[in-house]
Design a protein around this ligand. Structure first.
Ligand code: PHE
Length: 344
């Protein structure tokens, strides 16, 4: 019996020594020390021993179990340590590896221009107004002194939804809406950036959808010189301090008199080049003094109040400013195009 025990001990210790992982080690523990294991078996046979031999044998069994347990514990610690080391080694981070580039977006050139213009007018005390893109014929045309069948409606080909509702062709309806809200009391001083729609065939300079920024000031004693001063400040801040402006007579049904504003060419300074088409001047926007009919229709007393309005196209300004040769670049979402403005 004693021999069998010592044999078992050697066998178990050798196996523990050879165990390659924690699972094997646990199997050995169960096999040798478990209830069905050979050592328990030996204990069961102790009843047959004499009273003298029994305590000796008991002590020996305990000793063998202790030795095996000790060895198991030591081996377990070793294997656990090895495992942690292996894990650490496999998870090592090479801090010298170059990082993967993160694809960060950038502001769209049109957004940049619109925000620049907004900032500029906010700095002059204007607030920003908005209006619906699906608009009533009344605000888009009638309230702007363009009754039904007025020939000037043909200046802007429209997308009608019903007879009385259309996609707005200009941001000017926000003029009428804003004045209505003021209920005949000045001052009104707003700009309105927004999308507009026209039934145009898309090409390098036309898009069926584009943006406009409208401006409107109504108060007592607003004069043409106020308009001129405002546009002059705008032109210099937007296109450079040495820009000059020129106002040409024009026609819009909702302003009287109406003008178009040119700036002296920022590329050649007025000598004539490809940007200004050899004229030295670049057309930037339409403007004028608010027509008395428009003031009256929106609830303002045209004897007491006067005002000026202007409207411009941020696409055109962005194209001029950044030398973009096709308006469609602004709308086709080609990242190679947009990326060029990230750092600009
Ligand atoms: N709404 C006009 C257009 O789209 C521009 C404009 C606005 C002209 C305000 C005068 C005053 O052509």
């Amino acid at each position: 019996m004693q021999e069998r025990l010592l044999e078992l001990k050697e066998e178990a210790l050798a196996k523990v020594e050879a165990a390659a992982n924690l699972k094997e080690l646990n199997d050995i523990r169960v096999a040798y020390l478990g209830k069905k294991g050979p050592i328990t078996e030996v204990l069961r046979g102790m009843g047959k021993l004499s009273a003298e031999e029994r305590p000796k044998m008991g002590a020996l069994v305990n000793e063998v179990r202790e030795q095996i347990t000790e060895k198991l514990t030591a081996k377990q610690e070793l294997l656990e340590k090895e495992e942690v080391e292996r894990k650490l080694a496999s998870e090592t981070i090479d801090v010298t590896l170059p990082g993967r580039p993160v694809n960060v977006g950038g502001p769209h050139p049109l957004t940049k221009v619109i925000e620049e213009i907004e900032d500029l007018f906010l700095g002059m005390g204007y607030s920003i107004a908005e209006g619906p893109e699906v608009e009533k014929d009344y605000y888009n045309f009638e309230a702007l002194n363009l009754p039904k069948d007025h020939p000037a409606r043909d200046m802007q080909d429209s997308f009608y939804i019903t007879e009385d509702i259309l996609l707005r062709t200009q941001t000017s309806p926000v003029q009428a809406r804003t004045m209505e809200k003021h209920e005949g009391k000045g001052p009104v001083k707003i700009i309105c950036p927004g999308k507009v729609y026209r039934r145009d065939n898309d090409d390098a300079t036309h898009s069926h959808q584009f943006t406009q920024i409208e401006g409107l000031v109504v108060d007592e004693n607003i004069r043409m010189s106020d308009l001129k001063g405002t546009l002059n400040t705008f032109a210099k801040k937007m296109f450079g301090d040495d820009r000059e402006i020129r106002l040409r007579p024009s026609f819009f049904p909702f302003t009287e008199p109406s003008v178009e504003m040119d700036i002296s060419c920022f590329k050649c300074g007025g000598d004539g080049c490809n940007v200004c088409k050899k004229t030295g001047w670049i057309e930037i926007l339409g403007a004028g003094m608010v027509h008395p009919n428009v003031l009256e229709m929106s609830g303002f007393d045209s004897k007491k109040y006067t005002g000026f309005a202007f409207g411009m196209g941020p696409e055109r300004i962005a194209m001029l400013k950044y030398g973009i040769d096709d308006i469609r670049h602004l709308y086709t979402n080609d990242n190679r195009f947009i990326k060029q403005f990230n750092r600009a």
